[in-house]
Design a protein around this ligand. Structure first.
Ligand code: SF4
Ligand code: SF4
Ligand code: SF4
Length: 305
């Protein structure tokens, strides 16, 4: 049977909150009997947009992670309360709005914090994937409200056979957030998740104190080229995905004088990353500077762990 899926492209989410507002519009003060009680005006974020900043100013970026209920196939919430939380044949995980009354322990059963407590109505609630709309054949968009309102196409909705979706997931590089750790087999998968969960590397190039545009920055590991980019007007390459961990000492950045700058006297040179290394992690910021910290050409590495 066809299953229901949502995909979220982290690279396309700009934190506009249209999805959040659409969810409010659909559920606040609206009762959908059999699906969910009304969402309260304040306090609930059925699609919560998490934020993570990586790197150090001025070479940093920010990624947003929209987080609705992950519609887990192996749902931790369902295991905690199988008589209250059930899975529909199309894969959607539903909290029974009647049986969930007075049971605020349900809130702690979700490792993603996707279940909220409605103080006013004394009931546990979460994103339903707008199941009441999906079941309504007169709902012409045919997709959940948040997906319909996303202006960048970050949110997408699918109803397809699992084998077909698996092919899509392979092709698009879709991953579950924390699914390796939680083994929850979510029906909400992310594209470009590395922008939120992984490290990145970037190079900044100055020549005689000026930003050096159009230099080539090459990221290598164990002699293999991982990525090549041109520096921009500010002498920066944009962040490159850094998927391998523990290979720091193997990496080298090369900056080469572009042929378009004949006035420069710089010759192609290669610097080891140990020249200037900034290491940043969630537990605190650590800065390591080795070597002379050259002023003329200044390759930098920013690494988030
Ligand atoms: S509507 Fe789309 S772009 Fe805007 S916050 Fe939601 S997911 Fe991100
Ligand atoms: S995300 Fe949380 S609430 Fe949703 S199905 Fe998974 S465990 Fe249950
Ligand atoms: S699918 Fe519906 S209920 Fe879930 S977050 Fe989107 S709008 Fe809200």
């Amino acid at each position: 049977m066809k299953q229901t899926y949502m995909t979220i492209d982290v690279a396309l989410c700009h934190d506009c909150n249209n999805c959040f507002m659409a969810c409010k519009d659909e559920h606040v003060a609206n009762d959908w009997p059999g699906y969910t009680a009304p969402q309260p005006r304040h306090g609930h974020r059925w699609i919560n947009i998490e934020r993570r900043e990586r790197g150090v100013y001025a070479r940093n970026d920010v990624a947003y992670l929209p987080m609705p209920c992950q519609q887990c196939q192996e749902a931790h919430c369902m295991k905690a309360a199988p008589d209250v939380i059930t899975r529909r044949p199309d894969g959607l995980v539903m909290i029974d709005p009647e049986k969930a009354k007075g049971n605020n322990a349900l809130v702690d059963s979700c490792p993603f914090g996707a279940i909220y407590w409605n103080e006013e109505l004394n009931v546990a609630q979460k994103c339903t994937m707008c199941a009441h709309l999906l079941d309504d054949k007169t709902w012409k968009p045919g997709v959940p409200r948040c997906v319909h309102s996303c202006p960048t196409g970050s949110l997408k909705f699918y109803q397809m056979e699992p084998a077909e979706f698996e092919k899509l997931a392979q092709k698009e590089g879709l991953e579950g957030y924390r699914s390796a750790e939680l083994k929850n087999e979510p029906h909400v998968l992310y594209k470009n998740l590395h922008k939120y969960t992984k490290n990145f590397i970037t190079a900044g190039v100055l020549v005689n104190g000026d930003c050096f545009e159009n230099a080539t920055a090459t990221l290598k590991s164990k002699g293999n080229v991982l990525a090549t980019q041109k520096t921009n007007f500010f002498g920066n390459s944009s962040s490159m995905p850094w998927k391998t961990e523990n290979t720091l000492s193997m990496s080298r950045l090369q900056a080469r004088r572009p042929p378009a700058r004949p006035s420069s006297t710089m010759t192609p040179r290669t610097w080891a990353l140990s020249n200037c290394l900034l290491l940043d992690n969630r537990l605190g910021h650590k800065s390591i500077r080795n070597g002379e910290g050259r002023r003329s050409l200044f390759p930098s590495l920013f690494l988030n762990l």
